[in-house]
Design a protein around this ligand. Structure first.
Ligand SMILES: [Zn+2]
Length: 475
């Protein structure tokens, strides 16, 4: 029984952009038909989206909620929980986010998964999934547990090739450990999601800049530099190429050297995908010198204009497939509490404006086709992360996760109007559109800025990577 029909003249479907009716019954889209061809059953609601853009809900594949936040004095706090971040997400048209579960902290992987679910169940206004993060020296028992977890719907494993800063020892997995994880991923159809920097180069630069007393965070791009991205990406890719069936998703690509490493590997047939971040697309290391310049930072670092141009080119040639946030939702005070190369807070607020901001930059300013923009903020993440076609598509059988963007709403972003941190890196930017309605599995959760959802709405999403995605470079 159809409960809702969304009728639009610009509806982004897998078959193309056009005038369609979407019929929704319960949580799913049940049919996609020519505009005006579906009758509206008694009691059903018609949502008229004339003049607007109807697209699948945004998917942010890189978000940290209730996350360890190191303070410069050695203590640690926690970032905002899913209660805050998921509400902000649906206000901005994002209906699925992928968070992280620390899976090698002593107990079993399965215990870590159960414990992380306690942080989420009943605390989520949008749907969610979990990457499993493994850190440090990996005990032998872990590999069997990871294999079991992949089969249970957790097919992506996050690995750091660096400790990031000298004070965060214990994050990096050595190359032997990474090799073993790749074997588990390959044998079970999983995907490695990698924070890839060359630890020797990064730690060498920390020593050098500290010795030279150039410790201001404005020098971050010298520490987390393009050479490190070049060498580390190529080393990780080489390792993956030696493990038949291993596939990679490179997180937060920041440099032209990273883009080249991905595109060259894709040309050789390696199943590899690239993610960049909203702030890497729009800010450079020059912006560290702005007032509160830390708000533009996340690790590795902002780079040059040339690097930024390569990231944009990557969104057109297939080497950058997703634009995520690396969400760390905290206060301006926390975000700016460190000002050195070795204590500046990473991550960024932005899960709410991401879809509108990327629409503005991609479709508005750069003339991207609507379908490419939707791929970069939703569909590709669903395809790569094992959520497609349940998520990321307006198609019969898919979840009715819908964002309706209103191009008449050309608002200026103000942190005070958002639902996340008390600052935004996008303060004062004029948007070319803003979401006027967000639907999660058939339920209107935000309409005209009013929240109608609940923290009980979000569901955990089991995932399984499409064998196509891990068998060669797709998308
Ligand atoms: Zn991250």
């Amino acid at each position: 029984m159809v409960d809702l029909v969304v009728r639009g003249d610009t509806v982004v479907t897998p078959q193309g952009v056009g005038a369609y009716d979407l019929a929704i019954a319960g949580e799913r889209i049940v049919s996609v038909a020519a505009k005006g061809s579906l009758s509206i059953p008694d009691g059903a609601r018609l949502i008229d989206a004339a003049g607007k853009i109807v697209m699948p809900g945004g998917i942010d594949p890189h978000v940290h909620c209730k996350w360890f936040l190191p303070n410069p004095d050695g203590t640690a706090g926690l970032t905002d929980p899913p209660d805050v971040v998921t509400r902000a997400a649906v206000h901005g048209g994002t209906t699925t986010i992928i968070d992280f579960t620390r899976a090698s902290q002593g107990g079993s992987v399965q215990d870590a998964i159960a414990s992380r679910e306690q942080d989420w169940k009943g605390h989520a206004a949008c749907d969610y999934a979990q990457h499993l993060m493994v850190e440090g020296a990996l005990p032998v028992r872990l590999f069997g547990e990871l294999a079991e977890a992949i089969q249970a719907g957790f097919p992506t494993i996050k690995i750091f090739t660096t400790d990031i800063t000298p004070s965060r020892k214990g994050r990096m997995v050595d190359f032997g450990g990474i090799w073993e994880v790749f074997k588990v991923l390959a044998a079970n159809g999983g995907l490695g999601v990698i924070h890839s920097e060359d630890n020797d180069i990064v730690m060498h630069m920390y020593e050098k800049l500290i010795r030279e007393e150039r410790t201001s965070f404005t020098n971050m791009a010298e520490v987390h530099n393009t050479l490190s991205e070049d060498i580390s990406f190529r080393r990780v890719i080489r390792l993956a190429e030696k493990v038949p069936g291993a596939a990679l998703y490179m997180m937060h690509v920041s440099a032209a050297s990273g883009v080249s490493a991905i595109s060259e590997a894709r040309a050789r047939g390696v199943p590899i995908y690239g993610e960049s971040l909203h702030q890497y697309m729009l800010y450079t290391s020059e912006d560290y010198r702005q007032p509160n310049g830390q708000i533009y930072h996340t690790y590795p670092s902002l780079k040059s204009k040339e690097d930024q141009a390569a990231l944009w080119a990557g969104t057109l040639d297939g080497s950058i497939n997703c634009v995520a946030t690396d969400e760390i939702c905290c206060t301006l005070k926390q975000k700016t509490q460190g000002a050195r190369i070795d204590d500046t807070t990473g991550g960024n607020a932005g899960v709410e404006p991401r879809v509108a901001l990327m629409y503005t930059e991609m479709v508005g300013k750069r003339g991207y086709a609507l379908s490419r923009f939707v791929d970069l903020v939703s569909t590709n993440a669903a395809r790569i992360m094992g959520l497609y076609p349940r998520k990321g598509a307006l198609a019969a059988g898919s979840d009715a996760d819908i964002c309706i963007l209103d191009p008449a709403d050309k608002r200026v972003i103000r942190a005070a109007d958002l639902h996340e941190a008390d600052y935004t890196p996008w303060e004062g930017r004029r948007m070319e559109a803003w979401p006027c309605l967000t639907m999660l599995r058939g339920k209107v959760v935000v309409e005209n800025g009013g929240f109608q959802g609940s923290l009980a709405d979000g569901c955990w999403l089991p995932r399984r990577i499409d064998p196509e995605i891990v068998s060669g470079p797709r998308l």
